[in-house]
Design a protein around this ligand. Structure first.
Ligand code: 13P
Length: 345
């Protein structure tokens, strides 16, 4: 195992209160988001959009790493410069999503297991040679009537741990992402219970597969009530529930936690991360940052809409969100920052 390399990568990813840009949407997911905004769903439009993201001026002030999808990792800027080189030159560590998606779990209707272990060792070597220094694997757990089942939790925890061990074998830091979905009408308490259960299983499997915890990044959901649940919880309640849940499930030698946004609005995700850092930063053993997809990109995508004329404004929106989230990792975000005109920096 490449202990020093893994630790050096983790350190760089959490340096200076920066966070990660998740831009690893699969072709299907990216196309769905494009379709909603009337953007043509072509390879070239996906390439252009990803070029817009990674060439955002000043992105490296707040972003330490970017998670790419296979297609994106092989693409170039219009002038022929490989995307991976652009990131490395900007001091942003390239990462890669390596699972091949959550598929129906046989025998368990409504539940999914993430696939991609077959042939993974070989793919990881290729990505490492291309310049990636970390990887991502996302498991999906849904809360519903009688679910998630223990079969689903165990299958996903086991796959996450085997993926993580394979990553560390080649010197890639595994981002371990067990996502308890926000979709549903469950309560905050239910989310907390399921998240805690899932994390306990994940860490038991990581231990069993001899994964070096100092060389992983955990990417969990925040503890929030379901999207269909009408009860509103304050930012402080979300922060408290999330931190307490993590404290009872995540070992202290995990260096850092990088949250997913999971469908929260951009501002909500930032405010929740901020509250966790503002109220608990000195009381938790891990760094707390962001690895947002939608909560970083959505405003940008809505401005861009596939139009070359909007690129500069769209990039300013990404710069702005990244900056707000970096402030949230210091616990220094204030909603008034949202009033800073995005054209004003
Ligand atoms: P969201 O922040 O949009 O949930 O995406 C993060 C991610 O990487 C999902 O795998």
């Amino acid at each position: 195992m490449h202990k020093q390399i893994l630790i050096a990568t983790v350190t760089k990813l959490f340096e200076n209160n920066k966070g990660l840009l998740a831009m690893d949407e699969s072709i299907v997911t990216c196309n769905k988001r494009f379709a909603k905004l009337g953007i043509p769903q072509t390879v070239e439009m996906r390439r252009k959009y990803r070029e817009l993201l990674i060439t955002t001026p000043g992105l490296n002030e707040s972003i330490s790493g970017a998670i790419l999808f296979d297609e994106t990792s092989r693409q170039q800027k219009a002038d022929g410069t490989p995307f991976i080189k652009i990131l490395i030159d900007a001091g942003i560590v390239p990462g890669i999503k390596v699972d091949i998606g959550a598929k129906p779990l046989a025998g368990f209707p409504g539940e999914k297991v993430t696939e991609g272990l077959d042939g993974l060792r070989k793919r990881l070597v290729e990505y490492q040679e291309m310049g990636a220094r970390f990887a991502k694997w996302r498991a999906v757990l849904t809360i519903g009537d009688g679910i998630p089942s223990s079969a689903c939790i165990e299958a996903n925890a086991h796959s996450l741990a085997r993926y993580a061990a394979l990553c560390q074998e080649v010197g890639l830091v595994p981002i371990v992402e067990p996502e308890v979905m926000m979709l549903g009408d469950h309560s905050l308490a239910q989310c907390r219970q399921v998240t805690s259960d899932v994390l306990n299983h994940v860490f038991a499997q990581l231990h069993q597969q001899k994964v070096l915890l100092e060389g992983i990044i955990l990417k969990p959901n925040m503890v929030i009530s379901g999207s269909e649940n009408k009860k509103h919880h304050s930012i402080e309640e979300v922060a408290e529930a999330t931190i307490n849940c993590l404290l009872e499930s995540v070992p202290a030698n995990v260096p850092g936690i990088a949250f997913l946004s999971g469908g929260q609005s951009a501002e909500e995700a930032t405010a929740n991360l901020n509250a966790m850092n503002r109220l608990y930063k000195s009381k938790v053993p891990w760094k707390l940052t962001f690895s947002f997809g939608r909560a970083l990109q959505q405003p940008t995508l809505e401005i861009w809409k596939g139009d070359d004329a909007t690129v500069v404004t769209a990039q300013k929106a990404l710069y702005h969100r990244a900056k707000c989230n970096a402030a949230a990792t210091r616990g220094e975000y204030d909603v008034s920052m949202e009033n800073d005109s995005i054209t004003n920096h």
